[in-house]
Design a protein around this ligand. Structure first.
Ligand SMILES: [Zn+2]
Length: 397
């Protein structure tokens, strides 16, 4: 007798090369067997997966999941298990002074697995980009950051920092330098925001095309640049539309790119980058609640919108699934537990549909792309327990 069996879904697990219609059974919190349920084998609960795809649990590497602390924060479960995601990584909502509250109120009270990249600043992002003083070098205490990471190694997996025009105009690269110093001491990677963010009124702006090449001088293999398809200046693409050659070199050495979808994603830039043969390693949503409505707890997009938009640009489905399962599991050092459908792995799974229709996807810059397919979450299974999904949908035309 197994606890749960998902029958007849297309089981898609790129990390171990599975793409076939079959059954998956679960005992307790672990995957028990991948393959047809044996004759006479029964399950306490059965889920009919016919017509759906069953994938390893999605890992969203960039969310803002500190509700009522960050004014655009969400509850992790709203952008996690209830949005077709089993693991979320909060990117920098908490700093070392505020991490204990994040751990107590968000990590411990979520069905979703909640991990963190600790903000290099002391308090994190109470009001995000609106209070630059919270993001300057004076708020950084390298020793305290390293101590906090050492205290919560199972939750804190890296350091969130920025390399963007507003910060560089104010402080040069001093914050990034300290972030790398802390990351090296703690033995974790840095996750680096690119594209304009912090306001820079009253400061003389640096050349947008100088930011990423200079930032790369501090970064190492395994570090992650996010918003690789940003429509804002100062990203991996020069004003001329060409990807910085220093980015290509760094990628060859092991630098990783993340989509960090959200407010930054531009179809035009994504096309330019993909046309130049550059592929992201991760797809994350950068999901947050509304900026102009503090504590609204409403998110209008998520990881599924990001994946549907990238599918519309021609990235194959199997590659996209690897970017939200196996790849993030590897970066988190959890690839022997998560990221594939295999006996013994944790029973974190997503059942989703590939829905046909006539869709029009829009980015935040007003560019629309027509599409005939979209991904639609059906059910989240986290640690062997099913959760219903309730994500908002893209408009159909
Ligand atoms: Zn973000």
């Amino acid at each position: 007798m197994v606890d749960l069996a998902i029958r007849g879904a297309r089981v898609l697990s790129p990390a171990n090369g599975i793409d076939m219609v079959t059954d998956v059974s679960i005992i307790g919190t672990r995957i028990h067997h991948v393959g047809p349920l044996a004759q006479g084998q029964t399950a306490r609960e059965e889920i009919d997966g016919k017509g759906y795809i069953l994938s390893p649990g999605f890992i969203d590497f960039h969310v803002h999941g500190f509700a009522y602390f960050t004014d655009y924060g969400t509850y992790p479960d709203d952008v996690g298990v209830h949005s077709g995601v089993t693991t979320v990584v909060d990117q920098g909502s908490a700093g070392y002074l505020t991490f204990p509250a994040f751990h107590e109120f968000m990590v411990k009270h979520s069905a979703t697995r909640v991990l963190s990249y600790l903000n290099i600043g002391a308090v994190g992002t109470i009001k995000g980009s609106m209070l630059p003083a919270l993001h300057g070098p004076k708020t950084v205490d390298v020793g305290a950051v390293v101590d906090t990471i050492a205290k919560y190694p199972h939750i804190i997996k890296g350091i969130k920092t920025h390399a963007e025009m507003g910060g560089v105009a104010r402080w040069g690269f001093r914050v990034l330098e300290k972030a790398k110093e802390a990351a090296k001491q703690a033995g974790v990677p840095c996750y680096v925001h690119t594209g304009r963010l912090i306001p820079c009124e009253g400061f003389s702006l640096p050349d947008a095309d100088s930011i990423v090449p200079q930032a790369l001088e501090y970064l190492e293999p395994g570090d992650i640049l996010t918003h690789c398809f940003t429509g804002h200046p100062g990203g991996i693409v020069k004003i001329t539309g060409e990807v910085h050659h220093t980015v290509r070199q760094a990628m060859a050495d092991g630098l990783l790119l993340d989509v960090g979808y959200g407010e930054h994603f531009s179809f035009d830039i994504a096309r330019k980058v993909l046309d130049q043969g550059i592929m992201p390693y991760l797809v994350s949503s950068d999901v947050h609640a509304l900026f102009n409505k503090p504590h609204s707890l409403q998110a209008t997009y998520g990881l599924f919108s990001a994946l549907s938009h990238l599918l519309a640009l021609g990235i194959p489905l199997n590659d996209l699934i690897a970017m939200v399962t196996d790849h993030p599991a590897k970066i988190l050092g959890l690839d022997e537990e998560l990221g594939r459908i295999e006996a013994g792995y944790q029973a974190d799974l997503i059942l989703f549909g590939l829905e046909s229709g006539s869709f029009l996807f829009q980015d935040r810059f007003g560019v629309s792309v027509p599409a005939s397919l979209r991904l639609e979450p059906k059910l989240t299974i986290r640690h062997g327990t099913p959760y219903s999904t309730q994500i908002k949908e893209e408009s159909e035309v």
